[in-house]
Design a protein around this ligand. Sequence first.
Ligand code: NIG
Ligand code: FE
Length: 423
Amino acid sequence: MRSLMPPPDFPETVDSLWLDARLATLAGETPYGIIEKGAMAVDGGCIVWIGPCDRLPKDAETRARSVRRLENFWITPGLIDCHTHLVYAGNRAREFEMRLNGATYEEIARAGGGIISTVKAVRMASEMELFRQSASRLTAMQAEGVTAVEIKSGYGLNTSSELKMLRVARRLGREFPATVMATFLGAHALPPEYAGRPDAYIDLVVDEMIPAVAADGLATAVDAFCERIAFTPAQTERVFAAARQYGLAIKLHAEQLSDSKGAILAARSGALSADHLEHLKADGAAAMAQAGTVAVLLPGAYYFLKETRRPPVDLLRRKGVPLALSTDCNPGTSPTTSPLLMMNMACVNFGLTPAESLAGFTVHAARALGMQARWGTLEVGKQADFAVWDIAEPAELSYRMGGNPCRMTVKGGEPVNPSGCRF
Ligand code: NIG
Ligand code: FE
């Protein structure tokens, strides 16, 4: 762990200077990396100076094109939602009702509901309609401090619909002040037209879909659902081999419903992250630690499926595996756009500390996307993506159940919603 660096020289001119803030930098050796009475200077979309206000040069304000006084509000790094299925059509409220009447998630999936019911809605939706429905979810996330989001495909399950989803993700990133990183999840479920022929579907994924995704530069990573209701480790391995061939990073839905040994496979394949992990065992955690694979915990899915088996948080901590958190925003297992609610659930249900929860949505989430050099902490050289909160202390972000204390989301130094901004 590094200690907080002393403030660097203040540049001749800067685009903006943010004063009188309490900074949770998430850098350094203390849990939140706090700088009280802090200041931050931004230029060219990046943090160029950070430190206590009393270390600023006397003429700092005259060197800044704009000055904002934060009235002691807290600033954290922008939240990073590193595992979402945010692009989808329709909803699955009826299946929620069925589960409350006794059906299980797996039973619904095997009867052609579950992921496949969303596949039907996505295939039928126009690209415009898919964009419209997804945009409202992204807007809700941004209002809660999110500056970067990973979005998976996986509800198309044929080449044209998978590409449609990924184009929608790309358009969201172009039209909204949020960075979107798209992940191809063709191996999410077996589409009905391939019933009984999973290997033939994997042929389609590796021979047609991944080359098409790579040719259009539509994703930076590939994911799969390695599970008894989805794909076997051998099938998953074929998907990973194709990802490597096309220079795409690897992620995996692993050990969500059973111990399929997906995490070991992911780690040995150099995956950025293995996600869910409720059924992870010691061998999987050891493989992840050795490979530097991030554990992405998804407390929304655990809660919504009324799971009783928690991911082995103590084991992962002991092994030194970084713990990221994410909404898993999707219509079937985690219909939420709220990172703060996930932080609360991670504390209450998984036993994370509030500091671990915030790290899970910032510094470790950045690592789960391979973006730790640019995102995740407030440090010189990092992108000026941050959130301003009306809270008395950082633990309050995890403490609340609902409500939104985010007063401003800032992307590349620019307020996301300048008209609603009070500073
Ligand atoms: O992350 N586990 C697989 N995929 C999603 C659920 C998708 C769905 O049910 O629509 C998840 O939980
Ligand atoms: Fe997921």
